[in-house]
Design a protein around this ligand. Structure first.
Ligand SMILES: CC(C)(COP(=O)(O)OP(=O)(O)OC[C@H]1O[C@@H](n2cnc3c(N)ncnc32)[C@H](O)[C@@H]1OP(=O)(O)O)[C@@H](O)C(=O)NCCC(=O)NCCS
Length: 149
């Protein structure tokens, strides 16, 4: 069943079929975290995640934001690729998107939700995220598969 949140003229939905993958790709391929990411990689990641679109409702729905959760739906999730179209920023949509994702039925009762950000800590803090309290326990492996620019 589709998960839908509504606020003013905006809608958040987890319906994969509504997502404009070309729009999402055009943002992500120019972003600081995935410059040059191929469209096929974006589509595959989208299909393997719980993906959320933010839409301006009206005559037709126009996509104005996106984010996805990579999750086993039981213990762990990784929040990724969060963005709001530049012309719709500063209206609370980013915060609403993060809170709506955290309220999704598939990510309840998990042990840990992680994310990485360069400068949007304040946004995620408002949703309850904190810095790692034991960063020495975490490691990262950087495979040589998909390479961005
Ligand atoms: C980050 C982003 C999604 C926030 O969306 P938004 O709709 O403008 O955010 P909101 O209006 O809901 O802001 C919520 C709060 O987060 C803060 N915030 C938003 N973006 C921030 C940023 N980049 N750095 C620090 N704080 C930020 C706002 O100041 C606001 O705090 P306030 O309520 O105390 O004023 C949006 O700026 C964006 O798409 N940026 C480019 C992509 C990006 O950097 N994504 C995050 C990757 S981790």
């Amino acid at each position: 069943m589709e998960y839908v949140m509504k606020k003013d003229e905006f809608i958040i939905s987890d319906d994969q079929d509504k997502i404009d993958s070309n729009y999402v790709h055009s943002f992500l391929t120019a972003s600081y975290w995935s410059p040059g990411v191929p469209l096929q990689t974006v589509k595959k990641a989208m299909e393997g995640s719980l993906s959320f679109g933010v839409y301006l409702s009206g005559h037709t729905e126009t996509q104005v934001g996106y984010a996805r959760m990579v999750t086993d739906k039981a213990t762990f999730a990784w929040l990724a690729d969060v963005f709001i179209d530049e012309s719709y920023r500063g209206k609370g949509l980013g915060k609403w998107l993060v809170l709506s994702i955290l309220a999704h039925p598939d990510v309840q009762g998990l042990r840990r939700i992680l994310l990485a950000t360069k400068d949007a800590h304040k946004l995620y803090e408002q949703a309850g995220f904190t810095a790692l309290n034991n960063p020495e326990r975490f490691m990262v492996y950087n495979p040589t598969g998909y390479k961005s620019k």
